[in-house]
Design a protein around this ligand. Structure first.
Ligand code: ATP
Ligand code: MG
Length: 390
């Protein structure tokens, strides 16, 4: 840590699961520091510091700061802190000040949770608890309860910092984005695929988005909605590439070749083929979708198997087994729900009857495909793919 932290406000970030990563731990810490710095690059009043297994923000910790931290994955919890001089008087004064800011009454109970990682400090953790605790008790009249306090005052005395806190907020959890490789997410305008993307980012996967746009059957509004969804996911990564594939001609070619009941399945197989080609161009080795088992006719196990037959890459389906209500809750939480429910056309309903095939087979799909002249349309779609960098 270059800068000594003796005064002012900030936030301490606690890394949870990262501790499990043994020898790779420094790689995860570096990735997290880089991600935190990126999230705050437009905030000149905030500096990001790290050292001795800790990451700090130094500067004002307003609502905006705390809110942004929720979506930095790899953080298990975080606390607004006040830094102070490493001496017992300063620590005590700050603890008393935090306690008097707490809206307590005669029944309020508190505890001091002290930790001393700098073993050369004059007081042990236990001595800190006793000495600071009695000063707080005298100043406020609050009683002590180590088990179930209304107010917990944390104190940490490290080599290069000393800080106190009272509040602990839940972090995004998971692993820093970028530490688990990359995947190409088939991103539609629906509720599910953005949530699937969120889940993968939370596990450290960095994403590219691929949207199949059936212009002129689907409107610019449908495309803009997907861009808006991609922007939410883009905030968690360094850069986010969104590929918009003009899909209508592929769909028309398939329509001319197949039984309409099979079209959804054939569209999906074509999407997978195109997505793999686009992914390959960037050295990406996995696809991801928002598919959910049994939710709609096209998402039966039979049809998934028939679609996957067209793939050579693994297809990740992070929300496969989630209930719709769980998915919706996450969508609301991450801010994609209100975007997703805007009513726009969906390319997969194009030319499709009310009751599409639910028990498709790869063999029949391939039979229809062998009749059609869709290959050229597929090459053209790849060629004409629009790339939007977010
Ligand atoms: P979503 O809410 O993500 O659209 P859904 O429950 O509506 O999902 P489908 O429309 O059947 O389900 O799509 C299943 C998955 O296929 C989507 O989650 C997405 O990954 C992919 N997909 C479907 N349509 C498109 C599209 N136009 N562009 C990109 N991916 C798509
Ligand atoms: Mg959909």
């Amino acid at each position: 840590m270059k800068k000594q932290l003796f005064e002012g406000n900030g936030v301490v970030l606690r890394v949870g699961e990262l501790y499990l990563k043994g020898g790779n731990r420094h790689l995860f810490m570096n990735a997290m520091v880089a991600n935190v710095k990126r999230v705050f690059r437009d905030r000149d009043d905030i500096s990001v510091l790290s050292g001795q297994g800790r990451i700090f923000l130094h500067g004002a910790c307003d609502e905006d700061v705390l809110d942004r931290l929720r979506w930095v994955f790899g953080i298990s919890s975080y606390s607004p802190v006040v830094f102070c001089k490493k001496d017992i008087e300063a620590i005590t004064a700050n603890a008393v000040s935090l306690a008097t800011q707490f809206h307590g009454d005669a029944d309020t109970v508190f505890r001091i949770a002290a930790r001393r990682s700098d073993k050369s400090f004059s007081h042990t953790s236990a001595q800190l608890g006793v000495e600071v605790g009695s000063a707080v008790n005298v100043a406020t009249g609050f009683g002590v309860d180590l088990e179930q306090p209304d107010l917990s005052i944390g104190i940490e005395v490290g080599r290069e910092w000393t800080f106190l806190w009272t509040e602990q907020l839940k972090g995004g959890g998971g692993l820093p984005v970028g530490t688990s490789g990359r995947a190409a997410l088939l991103l539609s305008g629906g509720i599910d695929s953005p949530v699937a993307g969120h889940m993968l980012q939370k596990r450290g996967v960095s994403l590219t988005g691929i949207y199949f746009h059936a212009f002129p059957y689907t409107s610019d509004g449908a495309k803009n909605k997907v861009i808006e969804l991609a922007e939410v996911l883009a905030k968690r990564q360094k850069k986010f590439k969104l590929c918009v594939v003009p899909f209508a001609k592929v769909q028309e070619a398939l329509r001319d070749a197949a039984n309409p009941g099979y079209l959804v399945l054939l569209y999906r197989r074509a999407m997978i083929r195109i997505a793999e080609r686009l992914a390959e161009q960037d050295g990406i080795k996995a696809l991801a979708t928002g598919e959910n088992l049994g939710q709609v006719a096209s998402q039966t196990l039979e049809n998934m198997a028939a679609v996957e037959d067209a793939a050579t890459m693994p297809i990740l389906r992070p929300i496969l087994a989630m209930d719709k209500i769980e998915t919706i809750n996450i969508a609301r939480d991450i801010g994609t729900y209100d975007i997703s429910i805007q009513p726009f056309e969906d390319c997969c309903t194009l030319f499709v009857p009310a009751h599409p095939e639910t028990k498709g087979t790869a063999k029949t799909a391939a039979k229809f495909e062998s009749r059609g002249n869709w290959h050229e349309a597929l090459e053209e779609a790849i060629e004409n793919t629009e790339v939007i960098m977010l």
